[in-house]
Design a protein. Structure first.
Length: 131
């Protein structure tokens, strides 16, 4: 895949094409261990730090509102507590799981704990449908 990105960038260099590649671990260490370091010489790494609690609450609120997901302040605080770190990708994943659950009203603390345990931690394939 890294070689494909490099070849494609070279092929389209006159068009100033850019790619955004994200991940949860550092790419440099992985490719160095695999002996593929030359394949990432065009990549710039940018670490996205965890958000403050206020920023995380704002992100959860905006994502919930923008996707018509019922989530109150109590639920937002519970999500932050369950995750333990305010990484944007984890906050987005949690919102996605609430959306998949098709909640009609804000999920309870117990429902959020179940989503966290069964969907985010265990990666269960069965959807949690609630009324």
């Amino acid at each position: 895949m890294l070689n494909w990105f490099r070849a494609t960038r070279n092929e389209l260099k006159e068009k100033q094409v850019r790619f955004l590649v994200t991940g949860s671990i550092g790419l440099k260490g992985v490719v160095r261990n695999l002996g593929l370091a030359p394949s990432i010489n065009e990549f710039d790494a940018h670490e996205i730090p965890p958000l403050s609690d206020d920023e995380a609450m704002g992100l959860l609120s905006a994502l919930a509102k923008g996707n018509d997901i019922p989530l109150d302040t109590r639920g937002q605080k519970k999500i932050l507590n369950l995750l333990g770190a305010n990484w944007p990708i984890l906050l987005q994943l949690f919102i996605s799981e609430i959306q998949e659950g098709e909640f009609k009203k804000p999920p309870t603390t117990g429902q959020l704990e179940a989503l966290y345990r069964e969907r985010l931690v265990n990666g269960a394939e069965d959807g949690l449908k609630t009324v």
